[in-house]
Design a protein around this ligand. Structure first.
Ligand code: ZN
Length: 318
């Protein structure tokens, strides 16, 4: 052990020298370009480029923390179901002419999708932290956005695992309109001029998303009934998602980007005054009431990271 130390030191030194040498090259180029993330502009590509944001609560068969939490008995199965539903969306989109995909794995640890299941046409955004949250990886090079495995906003009746970003948010509004995760993420897509063309999840999220976003293709894979859930089995859900994704891409021109007129006034009602108190310590955030704070800005890309700081680091939620 002792004798090997000089070799380890020598090896480490060479490695550090290599890093020092290679660092200017690494940072002189766009990091995404180095990974081959950047693709030709829309006009030069042979087909469409689709951004997919995937959550787990709206996946068929998922009904409780037994499937959504890493410690849950069926979490490993749910990862497989979730991966297959995203793959089904990719297959459907490919049948209608899409050729390139970036999928933002967007639940909990953001490490749910099984990378080995995906093909060469797909790249995954995994892990934390992300200024754009569930939309990390999007830019104006995409033609369309799809949401897979999404859920309804906090407080919706007959919805499966409904919440808005974390369990501590009671209601979140933009310019007075109550938002769900799908519409917040659609706003980010809209910022880049990209329409959300499809959503999959339960009946409740389909209704809420349609109400705010207007016409989108919906794949309803389950429905909440009181506290229970009627769900399609995974294979049937995948078949439905494949069909809807194909149809959505086929009719791409019918869908419009979701926009709200800026400036954006974000208002959040928390479940407790204690959380509102701490959040109101952030500069420029106003305390509006016992449990309510607000923040107004014309720049959506400034608000989204702030929202992540509030929901991820102050609330400790997922
Ligand atoms: Zn989730």
């Amino acid at each position: 052990m002792f004798r090997r130390t000089p070799f380890i030191l020598l090896g480490s030194s060479i490695f550090i020298l290599f890093l020092a040498w290679s660092k200017p090259a690494l940072y002189s180029q766009d990091k995404f370009n180095l990974l081959g993330f950047s693709s030709p502009q829309k006009e030069a590509r042979k087909g469409l480029k689709v951004f997919i944001s995937a959550d787990i609560e709206g996946i068929a068969g998922v009904i409780s923390s037994s499937q959504t939490a890493p410690t849950g008995e069926e979490y490993a199965k749910a990862k497989d179901w979730m991966s297959n539903e995203v793959l089904a969306a990719i297959e459907g989109a490919k049948a209608a002419g899409a050729v390139e995909f970036i999928v933002a794995d967007s639940h909990g640890s953001m490490q749910n999708l099984l990378p080995e299941k995906f093909g060469l046409d797909t790249k995954l955004v995994r892990g934390w932290a992300r200024p754009l949250g569930m939309m990390q990886g999007i830019d104006n090079s995409f033609d369309a956005v799809m949401f897979i495995g999404y859920h309804a906003q906090a407080g919706t009746r007959d919805a499966v695992l409904a919440h808005t970003i974390t369990g501590t948010i009671y209601n979140l509004r933009v310019n007075g309109i109550t938002q769900l995760e799908a519409s917040l993420n659609a706003l980010v897509a809209g910022y880049y001029g990209i329409p959300v063309i499809m959503i999959s999840g339960d009946q409740a999220v389909a209704e809420e998303a349609t109400k705010l976003l207007g016409r989108i293709e919906v794949a309803v894979v389950k429905r909440g009934v009181s506290g229970s859930v009627i769900t399609l089995p995974p294979q049937a859900a995948c078949q439905l998602i494949r069909e809807k994704a194909e149809n959505a891409v086929k009719h791409l021109k019918d869908f419009k980007p979701y926009k709200i007129q800026p400036p954006y006034k974000f208002e959040i009602d928390f479940v407790s005054a204690a959380i509102a108190e701490v959040v109101s310590w952030i500069p420029d955030i106003r305390r509006e009431g016992n449990r309510t704070v607000s923040y107004t800005d014309g720049d959506l890309l400034k608000i989204m990271p702030l929202l992540r700081i509030i929901t991820r680091f102050i609330n400790q939620g997922n």
